[in-house]
Design a protein around this ligand. Sequence first.
Ligand code: SAM
Length: 443
Amino acid sequence: MAAMASARRLFSLHHRALARPLAAAAATIAVATPHRRGKHDTVTCKATGKTKAKAKAGNKGGERLQRRPLEERLKRRTRPAAAFDAGLYGRHGHAHHVPVLLGEVLAAFRRPRPLHSFVDCTLGAAGHSLAMMEAHLEMELFVGMDIDPTALEIGRGHIEAFLAGREANGGENDALMDTLRAYTHVRNFKYIKQVLGSVDESVAVGSSGVDDILIDLGMSSMQVNRSNRGFSVLQDGPLDMRMDPKATLRAEDILNSWPELEIGRILRDYGEESNWQFLQKQIVKAREMGGHSTGDLVKLIQRKCTISKGRQGWIKTATRVFQALRIAVNDELRVLEDSLHSSFDCLATGGRLAVISFHSLEDRIVKKTFLELIHGGEADDEEDDEDDLALPDIDDEDEPWFNQRVQGRNGIVLTKRPITPSQEEEKLNQRCRSAKLRVIQKA
Ligand SMILES: C[S@@+](CC[C@H](N)C(=O)[O-])C[C@H]1O[C@@H](n2cnc3c(N)ncnc32)[C@H](O)[C@@H]1O
């Protein structure tokens, strides 16, 4: 029964709940449970802290993309114009995790006006958060969330150490410093409204909202590298893959008890695996042998793919199968879509939401939802926005790489094309290669 309930949940994806205004949502919520360490759930500290109106072309979407030569498609990706700052990565990257697109995230949130409040929905090892605190001495409210208590504990430790160090050494910056209230919460970011309501009544009840919000999707290196989480294709571990250790559904439940057709569906829709029908059959057949580890699953994929595709083939297939399972276990796509709406609701006027995604399914949702948010309605997923929207190219000295924007009545998509990592960053951190950053600003 549990498996069937999960299956129903899986296939009810994309039926997004209506986004409600922040005040209304907060009024219905019990106080969110803050992350607690000893008696403290708050760290309060002085912290040093060319207009081209194009006619809509008839030939749209996937067909057009497939025909477009690779070189031309790559040019459509935006690389940052700003110089790569190796020192920044040196200061905020470490063994737990190297933050991705760090310079670009800082640039996305850099404006002439002061930044008072910042929410990091995916705290992880706090690389992005610390860089933001370092760059914004004027920050007054920081909220960091992570669904994974182990990750949050590490991130919280880094923030505490950073703020203590700044307090000890920050005498000369006293004039710039403001009192920073910093909170961390073990919470799924889909509950952003509840969390903000519990830490700051004025954000929840008033119309002020927060200045900036970051969502850095996926897993951190510390999660992938721990074999007991079951995320890694290359290490044997339990078939778990839960981001939230208290959640009930594990990858093993899906593989061992979901109906065959539903296994095929997730391999096709969440793994984008072309050989999904064959693999679906093999997985169901293997149930009788009772495999219980990621190693067993990888061996099955290896046996079926090695002859035809070699090592690269089975690794790529296994990566797609793992992606499909992880998305299903954590309901990642629906959570993402809902959370983009909730996060946008939480922004102040002029506030920005930046999202880093790591695969095309996520990026497609971010792109489509951003357009829905600024236009206040449904966006056509298949539509090529280049042809759809009349856009001024902006030559902005402060934000040179936000040079193509999409204006709507509720806001602006600042990145018509996603920002991708520089070549220097790709050399430093291979994991960043698939990253895409999109940024939206509320009107
Ligand atoms: C790529 S890491 C973030 C790394 C972080 N930006 C840094 O610089 O260290 C993604 C984090 O998001 C967390 N996460 C994933 N899904 C989440 C969700 N729905 N709600 C809250 N946190 C989530 C993961 O546990 C992980 O720690």
